[in-house]
Design a protein around this ligand. Structure first.
Ligand code: ATP
Length: 136
């Protein structure tokens, strides 16, 4: 089966993932994209979500917060604000972040930075999804 190299890096951790994969399914600001080997060149911005990586007949997930993705026919490069493989996700921390963001949004206070709280909620939800934890 044809493969394409996937590289994911963050400012905090450097390289988070570097491997040959069969397909990547990501969510960009323009919607969901499926990237196969020999894909056309592309540069786009990603939203916080659980990326789906297909490799050798199985599928794994990788959390990615916002960032940029560059695709060439043989390589996908993602520079993310934050990214974690499932084993590195702290569920209790993500649950606490989810609760904080939910409480802030529920108050509907004028002082609340709604966009910031919604972004924090989206990151927490995506991290929990990667761990198979569904909230609310
Ligand atoms: P928190 O409010 O818990 O810090 P956050 O969504 O604001 O969550 P980020 O700004 O996305 O955190 O990430 C900051 C750093 O902390 C990154 O290096 C990220 O990988 C790490 N990180 C954040 N949440 C978790 C988590 N639940 N498990 C493991 N690492 C995490």
């Amino acid at each position: 089966m044809a493969t394409i190299l996937l590289e994911v890096a963050t400012p905090d951790k450097g390289e988070v993932c570097k491997k040959d994969i069969n397909m990547l399914i990501v969510r960009s600001i323009c919607g969901e994209l499926g990237i196969l080997p020999k894909h056309a060149r592309l540069l786009t911005e990603l939203i916080p979500h659980a990326m789906r990586i297909k490799e050798g007949g199985s599928e794994v997930q990788l959390f990615v917060s916002g960032g940029f993705m560059e695709v060439t026919p043989d390589k996908i490069t993602i520079l993310a604000d934050a990214a974690e493989v499932p084993d590195d996700i702290d569920v209790e921390r993500a649950k606490a972040a989810y609760q904080r963001a939910s409480d802030r949004l529920a108050k509907k206070d004028a002082d609340i930075d709604t966009n910031r709280a919604e972004a924090a909620l989206a990151r927490a939800k995506a991290r929990l999804l990667v761990k198979g934890v569904h909230m609310g």
